[in-house]
Design a protein around this ligand. Structure first.
Ligand SMILES: [Fe+2]
Length: 429
């Protein structure tokens, strides 16, 4: 029988869940604020989704997995939305083609806002009334972290959409100055001992199923670069004809780079001999000391070989990050771009969290004894453990509080539109 203490504890927990969930929902609206209905409807490529779809799909997640299953008497806003806004859950039912999301001129953006309000009202009432069981509360928390992932995608998809517009519109205007912190462009190497290390999520707090179970791995002694690879570093690769030197590249990567005529990271443009970069603030002169961003795994891997180094494994990265505070240049309207490294102690690597996701040499695979979550949400991560590589650390578009040292992001090795960059590693004897 629950004690009054445990009941008070669970009431506190529900209150905290409600507050965090509301803050998350409000952030999505804030992110959409600078956009017109047309901005929010267009889709620039199959990998990217319209803002309107992100806003509706994250709402559908709560409607489908929480309200319609755990709240008696809940009435769906529109039965057709289950087809329009299901992303990839085969167990839930059929869905609209991913490549055709940009054709959804209806429902309008206003209608999607009404859909969000309908779901928010029902879920807020269920949370405030403590009507949800533990399983439903866990799904609310999963839905919140899911929405945070879509908030980052909303930004990277808008950046891609605007980069396709010859006007190169700015999503936000912001100062270009790097801030008051002294910049440190020197690169040193931080040594890490080898040994049997525990990796993966353990203990309390939210984690995606792909971060579990925690397990032991054997790490050889290694070095990690004290900072991320910069745009200046990348120019040296370009100047050395790195994009044309097959010796630096994996075969699939070289074939793709040649076929698509990659000459620089995505969003770089040379005008009258000067490099510019498309950003969420529109076109900006290339900031030489800022971390390179929007490179594929193939490019990151080639750059590492050019540098006589390699990419870290995901577990090397995790061991290096395990004792660091989770602070860095994450989503903030004042920046929304990777920033140069600030001066800090030479004994720890800087920029581990935020700025750009760091490609690792590790394929996105299940951890030993992995078990996908029960039910339809078991499709969340497990079925994507094929052909993708792990990225660690979060980016300047990642909502605050979303990443941790054990968090595993993943993309296909050719994909470039995320804020993805490079940190080098080397073997130690
Ligand atoms: Fe999703």
């Amino acid at each position: 029988m629950p004690t009054s203490e445990s009941l008070a504890g669970s009431a506190r927990q529900t209150k905290a869940t409600l507050a965090q969930w509301q803050a998350c929902r409000a952030r999505s609206l804030q992110l959409a604020l600078p956009l017109s209905d047309a901005d929010a409807t267009a889709q620039s490529m199959d990998d990217a989704s319209p803002t309107k779809w992100h806003l509706a799909h994250t709402t559908w997640f709560f409607e489908e997995f929480v309200l319609s299953r755990f709240v008696e008497g809940y009435r769906r806003f529109d039965a057709a939305y289950a087809f329009l806004f299901n992303s990839y859950y085969d167990a839930v039912g059929p869905r609209h083609a991913r490549s055709k999301r940009g054709l959804l001129t209806r429902p309008s953006l206003d209608e999607v806002y009404r859909y969000r309000a309908h779901v928010d009202e029902a879920l807020a009432a269920a949370l405030a009334g403590e009507m949800l069981c533990e399983q439903a509360l866990e799904l609310v928390t999963l839905g919140q972290h899911h929405e945070e992932q879509h908030q980052e995608l909303l930004l990277t998809d808008i950046l891609h959409l605007f980069s396709e517009n010859p006007l190169r519109p700015a999503y936000v205007r912001q100062p270009r100055v790097s801030g008051a912190l002294p910049i440190d462009t020197s690169l040193s190497w931080v040594n890490f001992p080898g040994g049997i290390k525990s990796v993966g999520h353990k203990g309390r707090g939210f984690a995606f199923d792909s971060e579990t179970p925690a397990h032991d791995v054997l790490i050889r002694p290694f070095q990690l670069a004290s900072r991320l690879v910069t745009n200046r570093d990348w120019l040296a690769f370009i100047d050395a004809k790195g994009y044309d030197e097959p010796g630096f590249w994996l075969s699939d990567g070289f074939a793709r780079a040649q076929a698509l005529r990659w000459r620089a990271p995505l969003y770089w443009e040379q005008r009258d001999g000067v490099w510019w970069q498309m950003s969420l603030a529109g076109m900006l002169p290339l900031e030489l000391d800022a971390p390179v961003s929007h490179v594929s795994f193939f490019e990151a891997d080639a750059f590492a070989r050019f540098s006589q180094a390699r990419l870290p494994t995901e577990f090397e990265w995790e061991c290096a990050a395990a004792d660091l505070p989770v602070v860095g240049n994450v989503l903030d309207f004042q920046r929304l771009r990777p920033m140069p490294a600030a001066k800090q102690a030479a004994s720890t690597p800087s920029q581990m969290f935020g700025d750009v996701w760091e490609w690792t040499a590790s394929p996105f695979m299940a951890y030993p004894r992995f078990r996908a979550s029960e039910g339809a949400v078991g499709e969340y991560n497990g079925k994507f453990m094929n052909g993708q590589f792990v990225l660690r650390g979060g980016s300047c578009a990642t909502p605050p509080g979303h990443v941790s040292a054990t968090y595993r992001n993943f993309f296909y090795p050719h994909q470039r539109w995320q804020f993805a960059g490079v940190r080098l590693a080397k073997d130690l004897p």
